[in-house]
Design a protein around this ligand. Structure first.
Ligand SMILES: [Zn+2]
Length: 258
């Protein structure tokens, strides 16, 4: 996954070359279009709209419609050739927020995202190492939350690794949401695993149906059983069915990710 495309794995169509193309050009795999999301939290410092497809244009016009964000660590990201822009100058954006849609405005040879990363001196650097990683000095907090099947609402966000957990002891959970992890849950009522979710806008679960198993890709986690206790930590690192947190037939009422 990349941290700038809304729903897709990115495909690089043109890489970084110093003094030639100090950016990466992306589409969604394979050659699909996608909405654009903010790489990290920050403030929109520049927006250009109203531009059309204009091969051969230079300077800022060559970017077409674009957005530039200054992040909390002082680095910048820039998103160019957009078809649509959803944010305004001086607007505060959060990581993963939809800010625009891919297009071919400006000097573009086809629909793609031209993505730049600039350091604290506003100098372009190779963006590729940051496509799915924090910017330098960035402190990123990953959160998760659980749906309470008794109270019928989503419980507050919990930060991964802070020692807390998501859940209300005694109340089974029917859904789990994280803003990073690929995961799936076992629906106790239906008796099978629900599909994997890896889109930060999807949750795992059938709200209202209790969960009795959890698998999270590349995370260390544990679950608490209703009328029971915490089960051992699970560290699942691959796509196989091996390893999950839970006991079939016993509802889970809390989860902790560290
Ligand atoms: Zn480009």
């Amino acid at each position: 996954m990349s941290r700038v495309l809304f729903e897709g794995e990115n495909q690089i169509t043109n890489g970084y070359r110093k003094n030639v193309h100090e950016a990466v050009d992306l589409v969604k795999k394979w050659y699909q279009q996608d909405a654009i999301i903010a790489h990290s939290s920050g403030t929109v410092v520049m927006v250009q709209t109203g531009m059309s497809h204009n091969p051969g244009s230079t300077g800022n016009a060559s970017y077409g419609n674009f957005i530039k964000i200054k992040h909390d660590d002082g680095y910048y990201t820039l998103y160019a050739h957009l078809k649509e822009v959803y944010v305004k100058k001086d607007e505060r954006v959060t990581e993963g927020q939809k800010i625009g849609y891919m297009g071919d405005t400006g000097n573009a040879y086809g629909v793609h995202l031209h993505f730049e990363v600039r350091n604290t001196y506003d100098v372009r650097i190779d963006p590729e190492p940051y496509l799915d990683a924090n910017l330098p000095n960035e402190e990123r907090k990953i959160t998760y939350q659980a749906y309470d099947n008794i109270k019928k609402y989503w419980l507050p966000n919990v930060v991964v690794g802070d020692g807390g957990y998501a859940g209300n002891f005694g109340n089974p959970i029917g859904g789990i949401y994280t803003d990073k992890y690929k995961m799936r849950v076992h629906d106790m009522k239906k008796g099978y695993w629900l599909p994997w979710v890896e889109n930060r806008n999807d949750y795992a679960g059938n709200l209202g149906n209790d969960i009795d198993g959890v698998q999270i890709y590349n995370a260390t986690y544990r679950v608490h059983l209703k009328n029971g206790s915490w089960l051992p930590w699970v560290n699942k690192v691959d796509d196989t069915n091996a390893g999950y947190a839970g006991i079939y037939g016993k509802a889970i009422d809390a989860i902790e990710i560290k």
